[in-house]
Design a protein around this ligand. Sequence first.
Ligand code: 2RA
Length: 354
Amino acid sequence: RKPTLALVGATGAVGTVMRDIVSTRDDVYGEIRLVASARSAGKRLPVRGEELVVQELTPEVFDGVDIAMFDVPDEISKIWVPIAAERGAVVVDKSGAFRMEPDVPLVVPEVNPGAVRERPRGIISTPNCTTLSMMAAMGALHAEYGLTELVVASYQAVSGAGVAGTERLYAEIEAVAGDRSLGQVAGDVRKAIQNRLGDGESPFPAPLALNVVPWAGSLKEDGWASEELKLRNESRKILGIPGLKVSATCVRVPVVTTHSLAVHATFERPVGVEGVRAILDAAPTVVVMDDPENGVYPTPADVVGTDPTYVGRIRQAIDFPNTLDLFVCGDNLRKGAALNAAEIAELVAAEFTD
Ligand code: 2RA
């Protein structure tokens, strides 16, 4: 039979993409329920070509649900994911609430699909979008060469911070547009944005228009940002390399959607560019875009809205024989969030017809 699916957080930035994804991929579900906070309940939203009424998040909404995909803040997942699981749903959770718990698998279908079945609590986590942006590529390379170290700089899009992040970037761009005096004196962009937008809340600690900000997430011990630690801990768990050495610097950039990562990856064995290209070319969800002579490399603006992981600027590090440098782009709302969750949910849905 076809399982019943609940989409929880159906009205958010990722929720919107989730609706699009379940409407356009193979139709493996019977009933679909849209679920959101009381504030959004009653809205009508399209899924699979028909309008559905958004239902309020209550325990009863999960009765009869086989699979629930959650995209809500950590504190909401912490409360509601166990409730959905107790009511019999297999939950695919996008939040950070359960990712590092030993009895909850953290799954990227290209890398560790078998982990989907190891879910004693009925909960499966999907990684943070920054980690996900490189996982399909790194998983394929690890399988061949044995990954030992990752040094990463991220270039993260504002939609990673939700609809509020996207709104803020557009507002800031409008506030500075056409003013050719800006960007030449320390603090002038910050002042102009404050004067023109007022003291309105920004999800970012500094202006994004005409700027980049070396910060994403919340402050953790010793000056690390939560995004940087997620990248380290999640990569270790997904790849099954507990001792993987990882160091990251996460940076927010004025891009609406699609995270990019500059990756310096070291392996057990020497790596050559041709071999790496062949492996990445053979990876079904990876696209190699790497012809610098002709100006071909992935950029967020050129790949946004699509599903693959794009890899370019593939170089063998001159002073490090076992090390590769490469640049990766992935849509943070699709593979980085909704698509990975949908792919996991499809693996679970297949169990209903096994
Ligand atoms: C961000 N990775 O880009 C986060 C979203 N989960 O802010």
